[in-house]
Design a protein around this ligand. Structure first.
Ligand code: ZN
Length: 275
């Protein structure tokens, strides 16, 4: 199943059509995505019976799929080659920081460029579907509502300016495009092995597979939930592979006029213009 937020309302996406969740459930779930995720198991049981869309899918109306997450986690240095290109050692626990929720934006929103060191980072993003405390790796996938595409846009100068306290430089306005929708784990042949990448003006700059993650999604759910509580709707940016602009010689950065396209196998493609 694919679910999205369109014009402020949670919808199921079926082919080229959508179903408004609040309307179809007569108000049991929705209208916003947090209400759907808070009642995820009940919603799944309800949604099994919905097989046909009622409205045309309007891609331009899609917004970032999780309307108001309580927590947004992002993991640094989670692909070996990216740790090497960043000149950092592979950490023994997930290198965890936050993107403040106000930085999250839609799959086709513009990215406002500030300064000359704004960089791209394609990331597989997991959305939590059930409160998680001390979850085992084996059980972890059952706590995931679904997966979506993310860009961990980064102001490298600001990111490094405060002793590598990443969160501010990762949280400028519009620095967290997500979408176009959330795809449930059962839709993937192997949700731990998905191709992901991004291009700038058509030139592919990142191209990798999520099977190369050092801490994969089940391990991240287990590690994070051993320290703190994960809540429905929490967002986990799982880290970026190699190919970021700062590792190029000379370093590259996004500039107004660039178009950034970002994709993950089995999910979809985002398109964000830099302004
Ligand atoms: Zn990142």
């Amino acid at each position: 199943m694919k679910i999205a937020t369109a014009a402020g309302r949670a919808v199921i996406v079926i082919g080229d059509a959508t179903v408004d969740i609040a309307t179809a459930s007569e108000g049991c779930f929705g209208p916003d995505m947090m209400s759907v995720l808070e009642n995820w198991r009940e919603f799944r049981d309800f949604a099994v019976n919905i097989t046909e869309g009622t409205d045309a899918l309007n891609m331009a109306a899609l917004q970032q799929p999780v309307s108001a997450p309580r927590q947004v986690f992002a993991i640094g240095l989670n692909y070996r080659q990216h740790a090497e290109e960043a000149g950092m050692e592979v950490p023994e626990v997930p290198a965890t920081f936050t993107k403040f929720a106000s930085s999250l934006s839609g799959p086709f929103d513009d990215i406002p460029i500030v300064g000359s060191s704004v960089d791209w980072e394609v990331e597989l993003v997991a959305i939590v579907g059930q409160q998680a405390d001390n979850v085992s790796v084996d059980d972890a996938w059952s706590y995931v509502a679904g997966l979506t595409v993310g860009q961990d846009i980064s102001d490298r100068k600001l990111q490094m300016a405060a002793g590598r306290q990443f969160s501010l430089g990762k949280s400028r306005r519009g620095f967290g495009p997500m979408g176009p929708w959330i795809v449930t784990p059962d839709e993937f042949e192997n949700p731990d092995d998905l191709a992901l990448g991004c291009s700038v003006d058509g030139e592919v700059v990142q191209d990798a597979r999520s099977s190369d993650l050092i801490f994969n999604i089940p391990t991240l759910i287990a590690e994070l939930s051993s320290v703190l509580t994960l809540y429905p709707g929490d967002v986990i940016f799982t880290g970026t592979p190699s190919g970021v602009g700062m590792a190029c010689t000379p370093p590259r950065a996004l500039a107004p006029g660039n178009v950034l396209e970002t994709w993950i196998e089995g999910i979809g493609t985002m398109r964000n213009a830099c302004v």
